[in-house]
Every structure is written in C-alpha cells, then in structure tokens.
Design a protein around this ligand. Structure first.
Ligand code: TPP
Ligand code: SF4
Length: 296
C-alpha cells in the first residue's frame, strides 16, 4: 500500500490542482477508511454526471470506499449509466465493449497475476443488468465456469437505463417500461442461484441504504476473489428516471424493495470462510473449539 501512484513531484506542489493535492493528503490510499468515516477523508469518487438522486451512484460510491486496497484495484465497466461515475474515480478504469467486461477482466487479472506475482491487484467488474445478464451473459458465465479470480458487481436497476427504458432479463415480470409498453412477460433471472451453480464462491445481494452491509459484502467479495475464486454481488440500484421514482423517495423505494424481492442473501463456501478467517482475521469464520475436544 503506498501513495506512489499519486505523489506530487517536489517543487510542483503549488501547480497541482487542489483536488489532486487534497487526494494525496487526505485520500484513502495507504489508509484504512470506512463508510462510517465519510466526510473525514477525500473520497476516490465524488463528482459524477449521473441523474440527481440516482441510487446507483450512492452504491458505486460506497463500493469504492469499501475496496480493501483502492490503490491496487482496477475497475472494469462498459456502456450503461454506471460507467459515467466509475470512470470519474481516482482509480484505474478499463472500458470493456458492451457484453465483454468479464472476458476483459479475465485477461486483465491473469496478466496482473503474471506481472505482479507478489502483490494483490484486485479486478472488479461493475456493470448494469443489461450488460451482464443479457448481452454479457455468456462471457460472465464462462468467467465463473473457469473460476477466474475477480469480483463481478451487477448494478441492477432492472432496466436499460442509459438507452431509455428497454426491459432486461433482470426486469420483474409485468413491469411496464417506455420500451416495454405491454409489460414484461418473463420472470426476473435468478442470477444469484446461477452464480452459485456456475462456481462463484461468494454471492451476496444488497441494497444501497445499508452502507455498512454494502461495505462488508464488497470487502469480503474482493478479498475472497484474490485467492479462492470468482465472487458475485448483485445490488439493487433503482433507476429513478425510468421507474418514475421521485428523488426524495429513492431510499424509501429501496427499503420497500429490500423487504420484498431484494432481501439480504449471502452465500459463502467453507473454503472461502476458512480463507477469510486464516488470512484476513475474520473472527466470525474461525472454527469454534468445542470444550473437551481432543485435537488430532
Ligand atoms: C455492443 C453494444 N450494444 C449496444 C450498445 C448500446 N447500449 C449502450 S448502454 C445500453 C444499455 C445499458 O443498460 P444496462 O447495462 O442495464 O445499464 P444501465 O444503463 O441500466 O445502468 C445499450 C444497449 C452498445 N453501447 N454496445
Ligand atoms: S437513467 Fe436511471 S440509472 Fe441512469 S443515471 Fe439516471 S436515474 Fe441513474
């Protein structure tokens, strides 16, 4: 962990933009920051061009705070609303063609493991439900079948938001959208179940109005992907424009959806539990010793 990537060359301090200097002096690189400290450090993502009140932006902001080593994390995104914010963050961003994110991330991660065998370089895909569940479905599934070691985060707003409201595989049955005026005729894809079947070793669903939970699942997912296998997070990130949610009701909607179809789910394999306990000190996964038990 270091500030090597962003340090200011001696003598240039007064010419560097204030934003940049603030990031070097008060940013998250080389420190442990948490969502509970927001306001006390300079975040890697602050400004973005997304719609006012968009829950996706809140989620992306929390996810980036939660990255265990943001200075050694590379995000991979694609066409869709999320990349408008992700690409503004002070961490490297790679743009994969629409549908290609998980193929790009596979190559990137393998290359990084070869180039930096002694260092963790985390790769995190963040893309929309259309980009992952529809057009990128095959690339995503095959990255999981191959057990590629990176995290996939679906920004699930249950619609193609960036292109004006087409239904996606993640839209719920019956939902009426601008470009699906007769209502969707099929069920929402059960992607968490598919992720488990395809080989993900950690799977969680979250909504953005519980920042500590978002932080916890993202951290676990990124750590586990370093050495155990692929991990998948599915986040409800409503589109207030296409679903006509008033901006002051966005969090209320997330609360309601969490009680209904987005209840918190977390799946973790025994191997991943043990890895978190042994390598990263997660006490909740440490095997409890039974009093009187004789160790082999
Ligand atoms: C190969 C390709 N096909 C189609 C598009 C057009 N396109 C851009 S964004 C988008 C939909 C984005 O929807 P989603 O992935 O759900 O993300 P959201 O905007 O809802 O966050 C589409 C179809 C494209 N850019 N590239
Ligand atoms: S169109 Fe929807 S998902 Fe896209 S930025 Fe606006 S509110 Fe967010």
């Amino acid at each position: 962990m270091s500030l090597d990537y962003v340090k200011v060359s001696p003598g240039f301090e007064k010419y560097i933009a204030k934003e940049y200097r603030d990031f070097v002096e008060h940013g998250p690189f080389g420190k442990k920051v948490s969502v509970s400290q927001v306001g006390t450090f300079k975040e890697a993502l602050e400004e973005h061009p997304m719609c006012a009140g968009c829950a996706m932006t809140l989620f992306i902001r929390l996810a980036i705070i939660a990255f265990p080593n943001p200075e050694d994390t590379i995000t991979v995104g694609t066409a869709g609303c999320g990349r408008l914010a992700i690409s503004q963050a002070m961490i490297p961003f790679v743009y994969g063609n629409y549908g290609d994110t998980n193929a790009v991330a596979s190559g990137l991660k393998r290359g990084l493991m070869t180039r930096f065998p002694d260092k963790y370089k985390d790769v995190v895909v963040m893309a929309g439900d259309g980009g992952l569940a529809d057009i990128g479905f095959s690339m995503m599934m095959h990255s999981w079948f191959r057990r590629e070691k990176f995290t996939t985060i679906m920004l699930d707003n249950e619609v193609y938001g960036n292109t004006g409201g087409q239904e996606s595989g993640m839209t719920t049955r019956g939902a009426v959208l601008k470009m699906a005026p007769l209502g969707k005729k099929f069920d929402k894809i059960d992607m968490p179940q598919l992720a488990k079947t395809a080989g993900c070793v950690y799977v969680a669903t979250v909504v953005p109005n519980n920042p500590r939970r978002v932080e916890s699942v993202i951290k676990k997912a990124v750590l586990i992907a370093r050495e155990v296998g692929p991990t998948y997070i599915q986040a409800y990130t409503s589109c207030n424009i296409e679903y006509a949610i008033p901006t002051d009701k966005v969090m209320e909607d997330a609360n309601n959806v969490e009680k209904d179809r987005y209840q918190f789910q977390e799946y973790i394999t025994d191997e991943a539990k043990q890895y978190l306990a042994d390598k990263w000190g997660y006490s909740e996964y440490k095997k409890k010793e039974i009093p009187g038990e004789v160790k082999a």
